[in-house]
Design a binder for this molecule. Sequence first.
Ligand code: ADP
Ligand code: MG
Length: 684
Amino acid sequence: MNFSADIGTVKGVGAVRADGFRSLGVATVGELLRFYPRAYEDWSSILPIERCPIGENVCIKGTLLYPIKNDRVRGGMMIAKGSVTDGDSIVSVTFFNNKYITSMLKSGEEYLFYGKITLGKYAAREMLSPMFIPVKKSKEILPIYHQNAKITTRQIRSAVSTVLEDKTEIPEFLPQYILKKYSLVSLDTAIRRIHFPKDAEALQAARNRLIFDELFLLQLSLMRLKDKNSAVKTENKIKLDCTDEFFSLLPFEMTNAQKKAVKDAVSDMKSGKQMNRLLQGDVGSGKTAVAAALVFVCAKNGMQSALMAPTEVLAVQHFETFTSLFSQAGIICELLTGSSKASEKKQIKERLKNGEIDLIIGTHALIQDDVEFSRLGLVITDEQHRFGVKQRTGLCSKGQNPHVYVMSATPIPRTLALIVFGDLDVSVLDELPPGRQKTVTYAVSSKKRQSMFDYIKTYLDKGFQGYIVCPLVEESDAIAGVQNAEEYYEKAVNTVFKNYSVGLLHGKMTPKKKDEIMSDFKSGKIQLLISTVVIEVGVDVPNAVIMVIENAERFGLSQLHQLRGRVGRGKQMSTCILVTDSTGEDTVKRMNVMCSTTDGFKIADEDLRLRGPGDFFGTRQHGLPQLRIADLMTDSKILTQTQILAGEIMKSDPNFTKTEHIKIGRQVNKKISTLQTPAAANTI
Ligand code: ADP
Ligand code: MG
């Protein structure tokens, strides 16, 4: 079997079909074998008609009672009906628009039928458009593949079966000791059985082996990458540890978690190797102060830092925090965003290049080609879930192996942290600054809106501020029953809140306008801010103590948690009101979670459980590798097994030089190249 042979060389696959395969990402024989079925038709376990569950795919064996007849009905459609019995019960079978059906199904012959049984008139059992094969042919489990307009499951099935006619053994790469310890079948068996399993048990064994491979190789590769990263030497070595000097600048004492995080990072940067570290901290845990400490230490050691924020609002906020903190310390900060004036930009870029600026804060504008540094030593990205790995590395290429610090406010469930951030070391802020009050959360229906407004007013009257978050921006986006910020704002200023100062903030405004509104809100000039999710990340206004989230059903748990994190940042107890009229099971569960906990890790776990890893991470930009067969939720046992095994091998034989590990090493290298260029082929 030549795995790298072009898919077009498979017997029966012509140019058109080969194109179809390529459109599914299958270009070679090896890729075809790794194109696992998404489901199966089980023709092997035949059920008596009487015992078939209604509405599920089943296979029955029966004899056609009468010759089938094709009738033409209105609209030119053809309908053919027949009756099938297994001796005890009868099921009617119906076929649409099939000219040949009368010659395919013969009265008195026995067939296997596969499909869903439903209940028709008078609870009579029927099967609509079932698949069928004569009983004389075989009974088996057949694969169902992801298909598209260019190629069908049947065509894929036949190509796979042609390839597997070659009985040469598919080479094994796992040593005996691993196969034995984890009771795994050989790769040859697994690949053959995943496409054409004899029975459910064989299928399970095949799946187990392939899931094991996928998770094992992934984790080994990530561990290798991490090793490689942490071995990169850099000139950006910290010689002068002046963290104590920094601590004295702060208006508060750092929490132990913050101190520990600073210590982790500083000792990385002292080592002469490049730092690659993630700071995970729940909303409000004080990540900014940690970042500031690192910037300070780098500046005192003659290195420049860059801080990249996902939104302009956030970049401006950081700029304000850092300038006021660093003003007496002689550390020069500048802000560079898409909306900075051209002349200003030019001047900042020049000073950056000359080394006059210690810290540049900005949005992705920082990655543009003409931004150059004199000596970039530290790259910090805030709220990393908004950035791709590409942007992170794009900024790094502007220095000589600068240290990399990633801050994320999305707590990742512990079981997944290693996979998502496998190439980074991790510090966790698992402690909130002292004196924080829990945010009390309620879920209410829109009928309560009026009394909710009165409640908000009591806080505004006491001098506090609040947010109301709407899912949509303007009326033209209208979806029935979903609040939009513009209309909400109009109503608020003209009616209920006409005696208060109300602001509107959304993503369609110019960056300049957004800044204005944000700074008015920060200064207290605006009491109530009506906004879309643009305030989701990072915004810090401790005097805001009440938040209303309209149409809360439209937000995921992690997003609700992020939004809610905008309040509860001061000494005053805060309130979050989730407004929803949805009574869907999912919504109710999410609201219950939100009302019962403020622990970001717990919420992340729940979110993952409710949504599944695919949706949880939203897109691939989160860095979660695409998995072919493993499911991070349901396969957590194999995940843990492989995590431990991979760790052991990395310890005892990190370069895969032992005879029994050489082949694993080759697979790992292949995997690493696919991780770095996701489009690269995944062959055997
Ligand atoms: P996040 O981790 O969500 O980015 P921030 O860095 O914005 O959190 O910090 C939230 C708020 O807590 C800020 O107002 C900040 O000044 C304050 N803060 C941070 N650390 C401490 C601390 N150790 N003690 C008191 N307040 C703190
Ligand atoms: Mg933050």
